[in-house]
Design a protein around this ligand. Structure first.
Ligand code: ADP
Ligand code: MG
Length: 728
């Protein structure tokens, strides 16, 4: 082992875990740093409390006087908790969160100072929009942007700063963040779903979308991670031979959690409790040093905020435990990557989960309505849903035989498949009394029993029904859930809207009863959405062929997948549902495709550098040792020389071949990069990066990894896979 690597490992092993004392009950800690209902009741006047509540429940505007009262109380609360600063906290399209801290502190002349925070500062701020990704919106309009308070997500204190969740929009109103379109999509799905609910229960006034994410991640020793330029700059290893032992023995999944990792988790969970993030589950994942954290599900906007916040604080807490968290979807070749299942469902203000079967035939018909409409929405917009999870990093995972394929399909289980088959046979038009009774008793009425054994363990499905929710599994671990949640809620909203029009038409024009009309429309949906339903192995080649026959898209790379975002249909969809204007949709496409280019460009540079200035010089050094050895052999053995030096000479040749392999491919890659950089059209440029630059990564890596096996371990400069994955 090289001295450098040895010292890094020594230091890592000598690290004394921070011992976490959990004295207080978690339920007592929960939400202590959140300006939640409790805090509001205590600090707000009655008027202010009602104002905020109306804003949360019904989206009512908060007037300036009330905002002043809220700000002043929020400040008092924050100061009582030791806060010194406040910030508008938002989620620009960089993928991380953003904040700019201002002190409450103000001078008032005569050497005096006070703490001050007013409604104006709570409601609106103006960060410079031109330094955030804006996808050309700044070219066409003003560069200015502003952040605006989102009262539906409560303010919280993190490390002595009061953070106010906000949206981020251009001065001309275009969204520049993940939250704005999400809020609009949630509004759209509320409207559409509430209207449909009224067929079944007139009392429903609001439908809420819920999200429960499951965050997977790797924990790597900080020192070891820092010794790798690829991890430091790209969040993943670009090369490295796989360790002799990886995950073959299945001895990590659900194993006992290593104590240093557990201490990290306990501190992280304590922070989460204080911030009101209801984390509940923790466990070892499949790959060595891979873990998962999952909360209790929440309203989707809050859940997205909480996941973004979590990803940020994970990094900070990890650092205190001398860890680096890797959220990248594929940090290591040859072992599993990380995803972030998005469990999604809709529920009413009357307390009904619309994706859970109920107790009566009527409530089950309601369940089937939402269930089938979701399937229909996914079928219609499968390519757009794929686009919502596209990124350079998630490309490594989708279709890589360990994660859902790049083909979107829906898994519903054997028993619901049977229910759909029976509903497909429902008579067209009016139903006879016997048929109605039969449906009530034997089809719709039997659904609750279905779920007792409907446990889906088909982990190859990207979109699976799991008893009382759909699980969108293709989302990447690094993703902001706002993007997939915006798309999913928008397509379901649109579908429910269309469904209602169809049902109403049957009621008005064909004189059908409400449930007859519902059955009639659902029957046609079942017939027309069969192509999206798939129960088999999503990893198999057979499925790729079958999916193609069914007309499903299979966009394996981000540049291919993103196109669906700006199709005529998608633009029209977002416009119709008031989620994004054409300008906003196009801007987002541009931002994402540019991000793709940048990521591949950075990876390409890092890989080229490491290959040329770490690997090749090391290989040459070792080759020289071999050459010296051969020279010595020649001096000692005269006649027997060729037999005693055969292996060394072949090694010398092998090394030369690999060096040649590296150098010629790196040269090719640099050339391809130059060519790509000269392309002005972003779409073509992304394709060039994907097909001509990135395509050389594997060849370069192949030669580097071979050299890792040949070269003396003593002089190998890069921390090896076994050291990264098994040092605990
Ligand atoms: P697993 O997927 O590991 O089998 P569960 O099915 O129990 O685990 O739940 C996984 C996640 O789904 C959890 O984060 C949970 O909060 C979330 N979840 C459960 N019910 C719902 C729901 N109705 N809507 C959204 N998420 C939900
Ligand atoms: Mg899951």
């Amino acid at each position: 082992m090289s001295t450098l690597r040895f010292h890094a490992i020594k230091e890592s092993l000598a690290y004394k875990p921070v011992v976490i004392n959990e004295k207080e009950r978690r339920s007592d800690l929960f939400g202590k740093h959140v300006f939640n209902q409790n805090a509001m009741r205590q600090y707000l006047t009655k008027d202010a409390f009602l104002g905020v509540e109306n804003a949360i429940k019904y989206g009512k505007k908060i007037d300036r006087k009330i905002a002043d009262q809220v700000a002043s109380s929020m400040k008092d609360w924050a100061l009582s908790k030791g806060a010194t600063h406040y910030t508008h906290w938002f989620q620009p399209l960089t993928g991380s969160t953003a904040e700019k801290h201002d002190a409450f502190f103000e001078t008032i002349g005569n050497g005096l100072a006070i703490e001050k925070f007013e409604g104006g500062q709570l409601v609106q701020q103006e960060p410079d929009a031109s330094s955030f990704p804006n996808g050309g919106i700044r070219n066409t309009f003003e560069a200015r942007g502003y952040t605006a308070w989102d009262p539906t997500s409560p303010a919280f204190i993190y490390e002595t700063t009061l953070c106010i969740p906000t949206i981020f929009v251009a001065y001309t109103g275009e969204a520049l963040d993940y939250k704005t379109p999400l809020l609009r999509a949630l509004h759209a799905v509320d409207d559409a779903a509430t209207a449909v609910c009224k067929y079944f229960d007139k009392n429903v006034k609001k439908v809420t979308s819920s999200l429960g994410w499951e965050q997977e991640y790797f924990l790597i020793d900080k020192m070891l991670a820092a010794s790798r330029p690829d991890i430091t700059l790209t969040g993943r290893t670009l090369l490295g031979h796989s360790s002799a032992k990886g995950q073959q023995l299945d001895d990590h999944y659900f194993g006992s959690i290593p104590s240093r990792a557990l201490n990290f988790m306990r501190e992280l969970e304590t922070e989460c409790m204080l911030l009101g993030i209801p984390v509940k589950t923790r466990h070892n994942e499949v790959a060595p040093n891979q873990f998962e954290l999952a909360p209790i599900f929440e309203e989707a906007n809050l859940a997205v905020d909480h996941n973004s916040l979590l990803m940020d604080i994970m990094g900070r807490v990890a650092s205190r435990h001398n860890f680096k968290v890797l959220l990248h979807e594929k940090p290591f070749a040859g072992v599993n990557g990380s995803g972030k299942h998005n469990n999604w469902s809709l529920s009413t203000d009357t307390g009904i989960n619309l994706l859970a079967p109920g107790k009566t035939p009527m409530s089950n018909l309601q369940f089937l309505t939402f269930f089938i409409n979701t399937i229909k929405a996914v079928h219609k917009h499968e390519a757009l849903l794929r686009a919502a999870i596209a990124s350079a990093s998630n490309d490594h995972r989708l279709g890589a035989n360990e994660a859902p394929p790049a083909i979107i399909s829906v898994f519903i289980g054997e028993q619901l498949t049977k229910v759909l088959e029976e509903l497909e046979g429902v008579t067209k038009g009016k139903l006879s009394p016997q048929e109605k009774t039969e449906l009530k008793l034997n089809v719709v009425g039997k659904i609750p029993d279905v779920f007792l054994d409907n446990t889906d363990r088909n982990r190859t499905s990207p979109f699976a029904f799991t008893g009382n929710k759909f699980e969108f599994r293709a989302v990447g671990s690094l993703a902001n859930c706002g993007n997939p949640m915006t798309v999913l809620n928008t397509i379901v909203a649109k579908q429910l809207k269309d469904f209602k029009l169809e049902v109403d038409e049957l009621i008005d024009k064909k004189d059908l009863k409400k449930d007859e009309a519902v059955f009639n429309v659902l029957r046609e949906y079942i017939k027309s959405t069969k192509a999206i339903l798939f129960e088999g192995n999503g990893y198999g080649e057979a499925w790729e062929k079958e999916a193609k026959k069914r007309g499903l898209s299979n966009n394996k790379t981000t540049p291919e997948a993103l196109k669906a975002k700006i199709s005529k249909e998608s633009i029209a969809l977002f416009e119709e549902m008031n989620v994004m204007s054409k300008i906003e949709t196009e801007a987002r496409y541009e931002i994402e495709i540019e991000a793709y280019i940048m990521h591949i460009q950075i990876e390409s540079r890092v890989l080229g550098d490491i290959a040329r200035n770490h690997i090749v010089p090391t290989a040459v050094k070792y080759q020289n040792i071999l050459i010296e050895n051969v020279k010595g052999l020649k001096a000692i053995f005269d006649k027997k020389f060729s037999s005693v030096s055969k292996e060394q000479i072949s090694l010398i040749e092998d090394i030369s071949n690999h060096i040649e392999g590296i150098n010629s491919n790196v040269t090719k890659m640099i050339e391809a990069r130059k060519n790509a950089n000269n392309i002005s059209d972003v779409e073509q440029k992304a394709h060039a990066y994907c097909n001509h630059v990135k395509s050389l990564f594997d060849d370069i890596r192949y030669h580097c990894d071979k050299l890792e096996l040949l070269v003396d371990d003593e002089i190998w400069p890069l921390t090896k896979y076994r050291e990264l994955l098994f040092t605990r």
